[in-house]
Ligand binder design. Structure first.
Ligand code: ADP
Ligand code: MG
Length: 672
């Protein structure tokens, strides 16, 4: 590919590369000019040229038909033929050329079928048929290419979201320089005016604004952001003047990763597609054998031509990929990133959904509701110890403690050593003390006794709190109770899942039983596992899978990444800021709207239906057309028309998917 020019942003440059790979793998094999080695760059120019040629050739052939109809007998038949010959040559040459190239490379592909049909038409001096067949084949290529280009367009639209220039502040002074986005480095400070798109990922260092993050999350409701809030490349700064410190540039930005994921997904293959790849080598010889038999029994070259034309499997070849790509882009628009198209197949068959609790069914924003120190311990002492231990943790409990400590004016010092035991708690060294914060059972494992402290209440007003115990050295300082809010959309999402025939909804959490039951009861979930370690979550998922069910696991990626990876489909919520979740999940939700989950299942099922329709239509055209061609009912021109119309119908059928989910785009989550 060409070297990207300086003004071309990083992503625009690579974008030309990857989708081409996808065209090679999915593109219709018969349509040589479309797939035959067109390099990544310049394909747009090339397709324009091809378009011009096709139109010229088409007009010449049309002219020959018109002349025949209106002036036959009055002008020399050779003149009429001449127009058709010129048209057929112009139109047929690229097809013949690709066929020759394929033959030289030892590939027996469909190009040969079309090339043979055209040559045979020349042989029987039916130039108009040759021209028409070639024209319709080229038309089919153009239609097919639109789907490939459509996929590319969705990626290029993403790239256009990042401006090419940014306003960088000089260190020290307040002066601004306009610089190329490619020159921005992590740590630079940029200034953004209202209405501008963020060029990179960053953290706000001064100012406040509201941001439209729809390009990434699919949620059009603006999000308010102030100092220390993260902003993402490609999202739009709506109202305020803000300075940001650059944290990620180029491909490392969230948008860059989104783009990479989409490209990778479009390049992925379904098992069925791989099977077709394997048998494609037998296809052409089989068709040639049929054609030879038809010739042997009928001695009618016109039937042979029709057989060759109708057998060209364009429609079949694009039946599945076109639907898949449409589904991928519909999902991406709603902030649902599907990593591999095989996950679409699986999602249609989900029968069980395992939910993590904290941050998934609940908002994951904990609030401290009770501090319970052991006898002889001050409230502030308990809080300071807990906050110090959690100073470096990403766990929701840590954030709650920090917030409260700041509000209460309690000072804590950052720990010297720090270790997090996933699903259990944290251990830190502060001064001479070893601090531990986590679940009671873990402190027990560490040889600490929690019995000396009165246990948190299980029922009543105070029941159902999430509880962490705090210890300093050998001494348990007390426990801290926290509460979380159930996500507003959770109830509706779960109801919708039930309506879709998801039989088993489970709640699996590391939290205590009382807290788990509180949430489960409110949402009507009967299957609850509390106090699970990350490994136990995995085992639970595997157990469900052993029963032969397709299991989806939904989590936020905090302590549940292994479970996400274990599910047939792993859905990571709120993936916009976190890397871990995206790595282990098969589907990344860039937002926190649980209703995306039933949507995903519906979309997958629709995709499956459309794929089946497409395949049936493709098969019908080929098998039916083959039969009718063999008995001489379908002429070569009709065969080419059938082939073309079949392919177009399939492309349009798939395109219907692109619009699905528009209702979700319009409505914000209730109460959110
Ligand atoms: P969930 O399954 O609800 O997401 P986690 O697996 O994250 O829960 O944590 C399970 C339990 O382990 C928590 O309820 C808490 O008691 C304890 N825990 C895990 N990590 C931490 C931490 N960083 N700080 C305090 N407690 C923790
Ligand atoms: Mg969790």
């Amino acid at each position: 590919m060409l070297m990207p020019s300086r003004t071309e942003s990083w992503s625009a440059a690579d974008a030309h590369e990857a989708p081409d790979g996808h065209r090679h793998s999915h593109g219709c094999a018969c349509c040589g000019p479309a797939t035959g080695g067109a390099a990544g760059h310049g394909h747009q120019h090339e397709s324009l040229l091809r378009f011009g040629t096709a139109i010229t050739g088409g007009l010449l052939v049309l002219n020959s038909y018109l002349a025949e109809w209106f002036f036959s007998g009055r002008i020399d038949p050779f003149a009429i033929d001449l127009s058709a010959i010129a048209g057929a040559v112009i139109l047929g040459a690229p097809i013949l050329w690709s066929a020759v190239k394929d033959l030289v490379r030892g590939k027996v592909y469909m190009n040969e079928l079309v090339a043979l049909a055209i040559l045979a038409s020349f042989a029987i001096q039916d130039f108009r048929t040759a021209g028409t067949v070639a024209f319709l084949m080229l038309l089919t290529i153009a239609v097919e290419q639109r789907t490939a280009i459509g996929a590319e367009a969705s990626i290029e639209a993403l790239i256009r979201l990042t401006p090419r220039q940014a306003r960088r502040l000089r260190p020290g002074g307040g002066d601004e320089d306009m610089v190329d986005v490619l020159d921005l480095r992590v740590g630079d400070i940029c200034r953004l005016r209202p209405g501008e798109n963020f060029p990179v990922d960053g953290v706000i260092t001064s100012g406040a604004t509201s941001v439209n993050q729809a390009s990434i999350t699919g949620e059009s409701l603006p999000v308010d952001k102030a100092v220390d809030a993260e902003v993402y490349a490609g999202t739009q700064n709506l109202t305020g003047l803000v300075d940001i410190r650059v944290t990620r540039v180029g491909r490392d930005t969230t948008l860059g990763k989104v783009r990479d994921l989409i490209v990778a997904a479009e390049g992925s293959r379904l098992p069925m597609m791989r099977m077709i790849d394997r048998y494609v080598g037998f296809y052409t010889p089989t068709v040639l054998t049929i054609a030879a038999l038809v010739w042997f029994f009928s001695r009618d070259l016109s039937r042979v031509i029709a057989v060759l034309v109708i057998s060209c499997p364009c429609a079949l070849v694009i039946a599945t990929p076109s639907a898949m790509i449409a589904a991928l882009s519909a999902a991406a628009r709603l902030g649902i990133l599907i990593k591999d198209i095989s996950h679409i197949e699986l999602a249609a068959r989900i029968r069980s959904v395992v939910f993590d609790k904290t941050g998934t069914l609940t908002e994951g924003v904990l609030e401290v509701v009770k501090l319970h120190p052991a006898p002889g311990i001050e409230l502030a002492e308990l809080l300071a110890a807990a906050t110090a231990a959690e100073a470096h943790s990403n766990h929701p409990a840590a954030a709650a403690l920090r917030r409260l400590a700041e509000q209460a004016g309690v000072n804590w010092s950052d720990p010297a050593e720090y270790e997090e035991v996933p699903g259990k708690g944290v251990r830190a060294r502060s001064g001479a003390d070893t601090l531990r914060v986590g679940r009671a059972s873990w402190l027990g494992e560490c040889g600490l006794r929690t019995e000396g402290v009165e246990a948190p209440p299980e029922d009543g007003e105070q029941g159902g709190m999430s509880v962490v115990y705090v210890a300093s050295n050998e001494r348990v300082l007390g426990w801290i109770g926290m509460r979380d809010k159930i996500r507003p959309a959770a109830r509706a999402a779960l109801d919708e899942l039930r309506q879709l025939g998801v039989r088993r909804l489970c709640l699996v959490t590391g939290d205590n039983a009382a807290a788990a039951r509180l949430v489960a009861d409110k949402l009507g979930v009967s299957d609850v596992r509390a106090g699970c370690l990350p490994q136990e979550k995995v085992e639970f998922v595997n157990e469900l899978k052993r029963r032969g069910e397709v299991v989806a696991v939904v989590g936020d990626g905090v302590n549940d990444a292994p479970a996400l990876a274990a599910g047939d489909v792993g859905v990571a919520m709120g993936a916009i800021g976190s890397d871990v979740a995206v790595q282990s999940a098969s589907v990344a939700l860039m937002n926190n709207d649980l209703r995306r989950l039933p949507f995903l299942i519906r979309l997958s099922r629709r995709t499956q239906t459309l794929m089946n329709q497409n395949l049936s239509l493709g098969l019908l055209v080929i098998v039916g057309g083959l039969y009718l061609s063999t008995i001489g009912v379908v002429t070569p021109v009709i065969a080419a028309l059938l082939h073309c119309v079949g392919t177009i119908l399939i492309v349009f059928n798939s395109a219907r998917l692109v619009r699905s989910g528009e209702e979700l785009e319009a409505s914000p989550p209730p109460g959110g």
